[in-house]
Design a protein around this ligand. Structure first.
Ligand code: KMT
Ligand code: NI
Length: 146
């Protein structure tokens, strides 16, 4: 469903393991986002958007460099599964999966965002079942359950 990796976040600027993943997965694009009240413009609004249940038409790849937070994803029975993300954790959410993100009590995360080609950040709040990416993901879930 989701895929994850453990890396050494202290050497993200020069890490052969990270480079290997990026090459294999074609994660050509990247930036670093810091989510905390003083550093992120429109913090309140963005935090709210991140925590709305949504999907994307592409993979969402995040690598936690510092701080922590939670990704909640829907399982095959449409129940929330909370994934605790800490320094060194990388996660790939497939296109079409319903999910949301929230900070924890630390109220701080620094994360690398990776993307296959030019990034598209558009989030489609639920319900967004008519997209092909959603149909493909549902199909994939059905096959893994069988
Ligand atoms: C997202 O898309 O949910 C974000 O960029 C915020 C989380 S980054 C750990
Ligand atoms: Ni998202």
């Amino acid at each position: 469903m989701t895929e994850s990796h453990q890396l050494d976040a202290d050497k993200y600027e020069n890490d052969p393991e990270l480079e290997k993943i990026r090459k294999e997965r074609n994660y050509s694009w990247m930036d670093i986002i810091t989510i905390c009240k003083d550093k992120l413009p429109n913090y309140e609004e963005k935090i709210k958007m991140f925590y709305e249940e949504h999907l994307h038409l592409d993979e969402e790849i995040r690598y936690i460099l510092d701080g922590s937070g939670y990704f909640d994803v829907r399982d095959a029975e449409d129940r929330w599964v909370r994934i605790s993300m800490e320094k060194g954790d990388m996660i790939t959410l497939p296109a079409g999966i319903y999910h949301r993100f929230t900070l924890d009590e630390q109220n701080y995360v620094k994360a690398m965002r990776l993307f296959v080609g030019d990034p598209v950040w558009t989030a489609y709040n639920r319900p967004a079942d008519h997209f092909e990416a959603r149909g493909q993901y549902v199909e994939f879930l059905a096959q893994t359950a069988a």
